[in-house]
Ligand binder design. Structure first.
Ligand SMILES: NC(=O)c1ccc[n+]([C@@H]2O[C@H](COP(=O)([O-])OP(=O)(O)OC[C@H]3O[C@@H](n4cnc5c(N)ncnc54)[C@H](OP(=O)(O)O)[C@@H]3O)[C@@H](O)[C@H]2O)c1
Length: 341
C-alpha cells in the first residue's frame, strides 16, 4: 500500500473515524491529532510490523529505522533500540511501544526519553511459553534425562512413573504469562503454587505473595519455573541460598530473565547433586558464550531465548489498541518505571 504522509497543519480538522483493519478487525482510528510519524526498530521483523501497522493506520507515516535511520518521531515501536535512536528523540515523541514483554533493556537505557513506555502483554505468546514449560517439566517427570543417559550407556531399565500429585510446581511471577502457564500446568494435573508481589486469586493455583513467602514455598516445590521480569529487586534473586531451599532432586526452568538466576550458584547446586537439572532459555548475557561452563552439563537443556516468539497478529492488535489509547491521552496501561515492569 502506498504511504500517505499527512500534513500536520490539517491535523485538528480531522475527526475520529473507523476503518477496516488489515486483519478483518474493526479498528477505531484517531486521525493525526495525535501522531503522524510512527518509527519502527526491529532488526529481524521491521518490514513485517511496518506493513501490518500501515494497514491499520493508512494515513500515518510508518517508517523503519532501516529506511530513515535514527530520526525523531511521534511514536517509537522498538525491540532493543540503539542508544542513538533514543537519544535522537525530541518533544514530538509521545510514547514508546516495546515489541516484547520484557522492558528491562529499554528501561535500563540512560538515553530513554521521559515518555510513557508500553510493553506487549501476552499478545499470544502464552501458549508457546506453556508448551516450552511442558516440554521441560515432562523431560524430568517422565525420566527422559535418565533414559537419555541410559541410552548412551547401553542400559535398558524401565523406571516407575510417579503420581503427578507428588510433583508440586512453583511458578515465580503471576503476570500475563505466569498466570497462563500456572493454570495450564494445573490443568495437566500437577499441584501448582504461584508467587507474586501482590496477593492474587487464581482458580486451581495456590497463590503466595511477598518475599517472606518464597523460601517456604521453594522448600516444597519439585519444579520451579521463573517468569519474573528483570528488575532491581529480581536481579540475582535465585542465588545459592534460595536454590538450596528447594528439595534435593528439584528442577529449575528459567524462561523469564537470565539475570534472576545466578548461573554460578545453579552450577554449584548441580555439582553438589542438590538439583537434578535445569532448562534454560534466558541468560544474564545473550548470546551465551560458546565456552560457558553451563554448556558442559548434560542435565541442563539450553535454548537461545526462543520460548516465547511474538505472534504478529496478536501483537498488532495490542499495538493498535495502545495507539488508540495514546491518541486519547490514556496512558493507564504504560509500564511502571519505578517497579521496572
Ligand atoms: N523467554 C522468552 O522468550 C520470553 C518471552 C516473553 C516474556 N519473557 C519474560 O517473562 C517475563 C514475564 O512476562 P509477563 O508478561 O508475564 O510479565 P508481567 O505481566 O509484567 O508480570 C510480572 C510478574 O512478576 C511479578 N513480580 C515482579 N517483581 C516481583 C518481585 N520482586 N517479587 C515477586 N513477584 C514479582 C509481578 O507481581 P505482581 O503481579 O504482584 O505485580 C507479576 O506477577 C517478562 O518480564 C520477560 O522477562 C520471556
Amino acid at each position: 500500500m502506498p504511504k500517505q504522509h499527512f500534513p500536520l497543519a490539517l491535523a485538528p480538522l480531522l475527526a475520529l473515524t473507523c476503518l477496516q483493519g488489515g486483519h478483518g478487525l474493526l479498528y477505531c482510528h484517531y486521525f493525526m491529532e495525535a501522531f503522524v510519524h510512527i518509527l519502527i526498530h526491529d532488526l529481524q521483523k521491521a518490514a513485517c510490523w511496518q506493513s501490518a501497522l500501515q494497514d491499520a493506520f493508512p494515513d500515518a507515516q510508518v517508517d523503519t529505522t532501516d529506511e530513515v535511520g535514527s530520526v525523531p518521531a511521534e511514536i517509537l515501536i522498538v525491540w532493543q533500540p540503539p542508544t542513538a535512536l533514543l537519544a535522537a528523540q525530541d518533544q514530538r515523541l509521545q510514547a514508546i511501544l516495546n515489541l516484547g514483554a520484557g522492558v528491562d533493556a529499554l528501561l535500563n537505557s540512560a538515553a530513554l526519553p521521559d515518555v510513557p513506555v508500553f510493553k506487549l502483554r501476552g499478545a499470544g505468546m502464552e501458549p508457546f511459553m506453556t508448551e516450552y514449560v511442558r516440554y521441560g517439566l515432562l523431560h524430568f517427570y517422565r525420566n527422559m534425562d535418565h533414559y537419555h543417559r541410559d541410552q548412551r550407556k547401553g542400559v535398558w531399565q524401565p523406571r516407575g512413573l510417579e503420581d503427578r500429585q507428588d510433583w508440586p510446581v512453583c511458578v515465580l511471577g503471576l503476570g500475563t504469562i505466569g498466570r497462563y502457564v500456572a493454570q495450564a500446568i494445573a490443568a495437566d494435573g500437577f499441584p501448582v503454587h504461584g508467587w507474586s508481589r501482590h496477593e492474587k486469586h487464581l482458580d486451581h493455583v495456590t497463590t503466595h505473595a511477598g518475599e517472606q513467602a518464597l523460601a517456604p514455598l521453594l522448600s516444597k516445590s519439585r519444579v520451579v519455573i521463573n517468569l519474573l521480569p528483570d528488575t532491581p529487586l529480581t536481579r540475582g534473586y535465585l542465588n545459592h541460598q534460595l536454590l538450596g531451599c528447594l528439595p534435593k532432586g528439584a528442577v529449575v526452568i528459567n524462561i523469564g530473565r537470565g539475570t534472576t538466576l545466578v548461573l554460578e550458584d545453579l552450577m554449584a547446586r548441580l555439582d553438589e547433586g542438590h538439583l537434578r537439572g535445569a532448562v534454560l532459555d534466558v541468560f544474564p548475557e545473550e548470546p551465551l558464550n560458546a565456552d560457558h561452563p553451563i554448556r558442559g552439563y548434560d542435565n541442563v537443556l539450553i535454548t537461545p531465548h526462543i520460548s516465547g516468539p511474538t505472534p504478529i497478529k496478536g501483537a498488532i492488535d495490542q499495538l493498535v489498541s495502545y495507539l488508540q489509547a495514546i491518541a486519547r491521552k490514556d496512558f493507564s496501561e504504560a509500564v511502571s518505571r519505578e517497579a521496572g515492569y
